[in-house]
Design a protein around this ligand. Structure first.
Ligand SMILES: Cc1cc2nc3c(=O)[nH]c(=O)nc-3n(C[C@H](O)[C@H](O)[C@H](O)COP(=O)(O)OP(=O)(O)OC[C@H]3O[C@@H](n4cnc5c(N)ncnc54)[C@H](O)[C@@H]3O)c2cc1C
Length: 404
């Protein structure tokens, strides 16, 4: 039976980051990555539309942690040890320069995830980390100080074990047998489906909006993108992540209230509409957009207020003005179902965080058992935060593994 100092289950982002940091800290250790697939790092390859959104330009630990609907509290401490700036420096030291885009997302300057993959492969090669593909791990258990790992291609022995299997729930049963609790998986990043006629002809329209889920405390604001199927963009994706469990419970059938003018109240908007009526009595209401709204959206909301597009401001009734102010600030939309966001399916759920020591990412139940990445019940909104969780956990675990 092959014997190692450290076995890492899962050849993804967290697995490789652990391997490289452990090997750098202590090159004498014998390390293997066991990967069930034919290839390693396949999610890194497709991530960020093939560009790999490595992390996000938020440099204050407490602010960074606010992007994690699950994991916010637990990651605050770890981010003080390893976060965005450290990630950038880590890659920079290995010849991978990263750049910050206008929206804060950070990518390799090459605009290719292959750069990250090549970096990881050359680093593991340099340190002699064994990468065993087509090795699906079926079971692991501890006897004395030794871990035994059963795979589709034979059994292995190791002193330390890192579980970095991402969102594969198959591993959870094994971990439950070791005394860990797990939280069921639900999708966490998705767009909202809606057949509402007000947005039916507007795919591609983007505007800043605030959105609330009716009968819930869930709310968010930011760019809202109208799509062929409904709504997307940061305002919606944030709601999908923070509401992952609540929206799953109502089977993705719920109502949202959209304020297309973000911070204006209905009363303020009504006053403004009355002022416009006085100012431009002869002008057609639909001719010029108001409140800097995209013109097509403005025209659609006028129609939804039962105002004909050729109506002049002078002929708009008080009731119509009130309806328009409601459409602009309190539009109710029925959501029926969800869609995947750019193939980027992230799941909430995983190893319950209560039983993990976030100073080391070691199990509180079993000595020398570590977890990092999406296997934990941690997930984030889109923008590079999910990888940052993987880097942070892996880095801290590597430090703990080599300081014991
Ligand atoms: C299309 C897409 C795009 C994304 N883009 C981004 C992005 O740009 N930025 C961002 O921050 N996040 C992004 N994400 C999320 C991000 O990819 C994940 O959060 C991240 O990969 C998690 O890393 P991980 O190492 O925990 O898991 P993974 O990267 O999923 O790695 C887990 C590995 O474990 C292996 N494995 C599982 N079970 C076993 C087993 N029993 N035995 C052996 N091996 C096993 C799997 O095959 C896999 O290779 C994206 C996700 C998707 C799907």
């Amino acid at each position: 039976m092959m014997n190692y100092d450290l076995i890492i289950v899962g050849g993804g982002a967290a697995g490789f980051f652990t391997a490289i940091n452990v090997a750098e800290n202590d090159p004498k250790l014998k390390i293997a990555i066991l990967e069930r697939g034919k290839e390693v790092l396949s999610k890194v390859r497709v991530s960020g539309g093939g560009r790999c959104n490595v992390t996000h330009a938020e440099f204050i630990p407490n602010e960074l942690s606010k992007n994690y609907p699950r994991g916010e509290k637990e990651l605050k401490g770890p981010f003080h040890t390893f976060m965005t700036g450290d990630t950038m420096e880590w890659f920079d030291r290995r010849g991978v320069t990263l750049k910050i885009e206008d929206d804060g997302r950070i990518f390799p300057v090459s605009n290719s995830s292959e750069t990250i993959i090549n970096c990881f492969l050359s680093e593991t090669k340099r340190y002699g980390v064994e990468i065993l593909k087509n090795h699906a791990v079926k079971n692991f258990y501890q006897e004395g100080e030794q871990w035994f790992v059963e795979t589709s291609q034979g059994d292995f022995k190791t002193t330390m074990l890192m579980i970095a299997t991402g969102s594969n729930p198959k591993i959870w049963k094994i971990v439950q047998d070791l005394g860990h609790q797990t939280v069921d998986a639900v999708p966490s990043l998705f767009t909202f489906n809606s057949k509402d006629p007000r947005i039916g002809n507007l795919p591609g329209v983007v505007t800043n909006a605030s959105v609330r889920v009716k009968h819930s405390k869930l709310s968010s604001e930011g760019p809202l993108l109208i799509t062929h199927w409904g709504m997307s963009g940061p305002a919606i994706l944030k709601l999908s992540a923070w509401g992952a469990i609540e929206l799953n419970a109502c089977r993705y059938n719920f109502e949202i209230i959209v304020n297309w003018l973000q911070h204006y109240s209905q009363q303020e908007v009504l006053e403004e509409l009355k002022a416009l009526k006085n100012q431009y009595p002869k002008q057609q209401i639909s001719k010029y957009t108001q409140f800097e709204l995209p013109k097509r959206l403005w025209q659609s909301l006028i129609s939804a207020s039962e105002i004909r597009n050729d109506t002049r401001w002078a002929d708009v009734s008080k009731i119509q003005l009130k309806t328009l102010s409601e459409q602009l600030t309190q539009g109710v939309f029925m959501i029926k179902g969800k869609s995947t966001f750019k193939e980027e399916f992230v799941t909430a759920g995983g190893i319950d965080l209560k039983e993990v020591n976030f100073k080391t990412f070691e199990s509180k139940k079993c000595h020398n058992l570590y977890f990092a990445g999406e296997v934990l019940n941690i997930d984030a909104i889109t923008g590079g935060f999910n990888f940052q969780n993987a880097w942070t956990g892996a880095f801290i675990a590597a430090k703990a593994i080599t300081s014991g």
